[in-house]
Design a protein around this ligand. Sequence first.
Ligand SMILES: NC(=O)c1ccc[n+]([C@@H]2O[C@H](COP(=O)([O-])OP(=O)(O)OC[C@H]3O[C@@H](n4cnc5c(N)ncnc54)[C@H](OP(=O)(O)O)[C@@H]3O)[C@@H](O)[C@H]2O)c1
Length: 331
Amino acid sequence: MYQAEAGRYNALPHRRVGRTGLRLPLISLGLWHHYSSSDPYLDRRKVILGAFDRGIYSFDCADHYGAPEIGSSERLLGQVLSTDLKPYRDQLVITTKVGYRTIPGPYGHFLSRKTILQSINRSLERLRTDYVDIYYAHRFDPNTDLWETARALDQVVRDGKAMYIGISNFGTEDAQTICRMFDDLGTPYTVDQVSYNILNRRPEITGLVKEIKRQNKGIVAYGPLAEGLLTDRFLDGISADFKIHPTSKYIFHNGPEAVHKKLVALNEVAEKRGQTLAQMSLAWLLHDKVVSSVIIGTTSLEHLDSNLKAAENIDFSRHELFEIDNIVNGD
Ligand SMILES: NC(=O)c1ccc[n+]([C@@H]2O[C@H](COP(=O)([O-])OP(=O)(O)OC[C@H]3O[C@@H](n4cnc5c(N)ncnc54)[C@H](OP(=O)(O)O)[C@@H]3O)[C@@H](O)[C@H]2O)c1
């Protein structure tokens, strides 16, 4: 029978999310890619339990994650939750989302009341749990009144099916509007899950980071390694088949050569800090306390161990920050 490592909470610091009562480990594990029906269950279980043993108690899913079977990432996590992790359920932060396509028809995506209230039930069934800890609106819905969405998310909490609410992929203005609605409703809205990494500064440029600070909420950064770009994998060149998430695509506006030059220069800064490029990239996000947690995607305990070392040094001198900004903003 699985028994969690006793010293796990000393292994990785956790951080308060804004002024809320929610606390997240500095690093969370995301199950978007390679955690589904087509992947080896025992291998993935090993990484999930290994992560928990190392202080990662937050696991991120979405109703539409899983290939080829949509929803199978939740199913895989549900299997671990209902067996090995069952005695630890109260210690875990399990998150899932609604908004992308899951079933055919108008109620299979986006954020109508009907979609949200039905999708949470399907998620809970797959996850084999009575509630999730954070329930996210996965993207903005331009064709549903935002008030309807806010009230439906609030209802999910009132029904006892989620502890906290989050949003993801909303523009700054929409994030501001829905936050006001949550305030009016008394909804425990806590986090914005944002595509953010050392190269992708869009959340700073659009004012989103500033807005979340103003709200006293937290950012959970997704794609913190830009799908593996910010690791040592591409220091010799970026392969033609490398696929970047659409939200980080703009960093390639001057072509892969320009990005490669930045990777090499960033790696030099990382080496001076005694870190790998991946470790420095994660640490850089965490140096600002508005970032409550970074969600990494990995199927490898070796990569996980290496990434966790990032938390050992998240302080940057002004000179280092200046150097990094110059590299990122140069052409
Ligand atoms: N809200 C949203 O719209 C949204 C969108 C995208 C993602 N997310 C969430 O964020 C999570 C993470 O996203 P992501 O997978 O795109 O992010 P990521 O962590 O930036 O990149 C993951 C990739 O990096 C590789 N990697 C990780 N550590 C490495 C290391 N030390 N050395 C070399 N390669 C390394 C992984 O390969 P290995 O498996 O070989 O380690 C994988 O290919 C997702 O699972 C999901 O939960 C949310």
